[in-house]
Every structure is written in structure tokens, then in C-alpha cells.
Design a protein around this ligand. Structure first.
Ligand code: AMP
Length: 284
């Protein structure tokens, strides 16, 4: 496995692989890797001939008061995890390599970016869409793996790839969880002991929402209130939102109907980190 930190080196390695008829899998990350990231790497390694992981803490997607400076980083540990997961190449550029001059170009995806995370973090998805566009242009034709853990981000990336005709097949993979249900996240290291014990409340609340739909609840608002109520009852958690939306468009729903693919999403501040989680269900 090689580690490169320049755009030229990364691009030429992937061009060369394709030139020899090899399929490329791309796993974009911000590093401080865990089993969630590893699940995408392993899948890519089985579905492609060359798997590349990018590790870049992208300043554009952090708000002014967010944790850019303190975001956890450990390239040595990440490299070992990648190697064990069948990764062939890591691209870990410094900020000056990705943004050598002030960026005057922004990619933004309307509608799907605007609610939920977009309301709490107004510049976040434009930062994500811009860096993902840049990574797709650098990497070239490939399959790119993203996590359902960040469901709204996945929807933004899918729309971006379609709208701008990137030669990239976007693939979403399921959320990897700790044994108690907490969705794995690099930011979970910020949780104190008490907060860590409280953190599975998001998953529990979403499960209760799914169960209510499966047992016949047809009002999206009632389901959202149920989920919100369970999270709000946890004293350490500060609820931001609980929503029940169309799984493809992320449009808000009113009445649910049989056969509909629905996604339940929630976010809460729990001490320092903001925790996100979501679950899908097909209405019976
Ligand atoms: P990040 O490094 O947090 O930007 O995440 C990089 C990629 O890994 C994104 O596509 C995330 O959605 C995905 N990811 C993060 N956490 C998980 C998880 N617990 N399970 C599956 N995928 C994840």
C-alpha cells in the first residue's frame, strides 16, 4: 500500500490502473478511521481491482465555530487500518495541496441540502459538495463508497454526481454500530463516560419510530414526535430535529402509504459532539 500526498501522483496512479483495465474504488474520508470506514474499504476491495482511500479534513465543510482545529487525526493508525482492509493507495493531501489559492468556486446542491443538517450547518453541504466534486475530478472514473450514517450527505452526493455527470457510480453502505447501537463516528471520542452511556438514545428512539410505522402508524408527524420525545427525555441530549422523510428525495412526508420507502433521521447535541443517526423502513 502506498501513501501519496499530491494530486499529480494520485491522479497518475489511478489513470495508470485504468489504463491497464483495472476498476477503481474510492473511499473518501476525513480520517481517524473506524469500522464504519473499514466496511466501505472491504466492500470496495471486493468489487474493484484497486481501492483508494482519501484522508482529508476539509476546511470548507466546517463552520466558523466548529471543530476543524481539534478534529481527531492519526495518519499512522489510519494507514494500518487501511492496509488490513485491502486498500492499495491512500491520498492524504495537506490543505495547501487541495486549496493552494482561495477558492472562488462552490458547488451547491439545492433542496436536498437545505433542511435538517443544512439548517443547523448552513455552509456544510456546499463544502462537502465542493470537495467531493474536486475529489471526483482528481480520481476520475470510479465507484465511490459513502455511508448511510450520513444519509443526507449521501443524498447530496448522489444528486451532485447525477446533475454534473461525474463518471462515478455512487454506492451507499449501511451504518456500522457499536454493540449498544451507537453509530460509529470519529467524533464519538469527544463523549465523556456519562455521555457515551446516554448516546444510544438516538438509535433507540429511531427504532421506536420504525416499530410504530410497522405496527400501523400512518402519520409522519406522530412518528417524528415519538422519536423526538424519546431523545428529549434524555437529560444529556439536546434534540435538534427528528424527521420522517421520503427515502429518495428527503422531502417531508404527511401521510405514509403502503410500499413507501421512508427514512427517519435525528440529530442531537450530546456534550461536545453533535450526533446524527437514521434508519430506513418500508411501510407495510
Ligand atoms: P467521515 O470520515 O466521517 O467524513 O466519513 C467518511 C465516510 O464514512 C462517509 O461516507 C461516512 O458516511 C462514512 N461513515 C462514517 N461513519 C460511518 C458508520 N458508522 N458506518 C458506515 N459508514 C460510516
Amino acid at each position: 500500500m502506498d501513501v501519496v500526498d499530491t494530486i499529480v501522483a494520485f491522479r497518475s496512479r489511478l489513470d495508470d490502473a485504468r489504463h491497464h483495465g483495472r476498476h477503481v474504488g474510492l473511499v473518501p474520508t476525513m480520517g481517524y478511521l473506524h469500522e464504519g470506514h473499514v466496511s466501505h474499504m472491504r466492500r470496495s476491495a471486493t468489487e474493484n481491482d484497486l481501492t483508494a482511500v482519501t484522508i482529508f479534513v476539509n476546511p470548507l465543510q466546517f463552520g466558523a465555530n466548529e471543530d476543524l482545529a481539534s478534529y481527531p487525526r492519526d495518519l499512522g493508525r489510519d494507514a494500518k487500518l487501511c492496509e488490513g482492509a485491502g486498500v492499495d493507495l491512500i491520498f492524504a493531501p495537506p490543505v495547501e495541496e487541495m486549496y493552494p489559492e482561495p477558492m472562488l468556486t462552490t458547488v451547491s446542491v439545492d433542496e436536498v441540502s437545505q433542511r435538517m443538517e443544512g439548517r443547523a450547518r448552513p455552509t456544510h453541504f456546499a463544502g462537502v459538495a465542493t470537495v467531493v466534486s474536486k475529489l471526483f475530478n482528481i480520481a476520475g472514473p470510479c465507484r465511490a463508497y459513502f455511508g448511510e450514517k450520513d444519509y443526507q450527505q449521501l443524498a447530496v452526493v448522489r444528486k451532485l454526481a447525477r446533475d454534473l455527470s461525474f463518471p462515478v457510480e455512487v454506492i451507499g453502505g449501511p451504518t456500522v454500530r457499536e454493540l449498544d447501537g451507537l453509530a460509529m463516528s470519529s467524533r464519538n471520542v469527544y463523549l465523556t463516560g456519562d455521555e457515551r452511556a446516554a448516546a444510544p438514545v438516538l438509535h433507540r428512539a429511531l427504532q421506536a419510530g420504525v416499530a410504530s410505522i410497522l405496527s400501523g402508524e400512518r402519520s409522519a408527524a406522530a412518528v417524528a414526535e415519538l422519536v423526538a420525545g424519546i431523545i428529549a427525555a434524555e437529560p444529556l441530549a439536546e434534540l435538534d430535529y427528528a424527521e420522517v422523510v421520503d427515502a429518495d428525495t428527503l422531502a417531508p412526508l404527511d401521510r405514509l402509504h403502503t410500499g413507501q420507502e421512508v427514512r427517519l433521521l435525528a440529530a442531537a447535541q450530546l456534550g461536545r459532539p453533535r450526533l446524527l443517526d437514521n434508519l430506513g423502513v418500508r411501510v407495510r
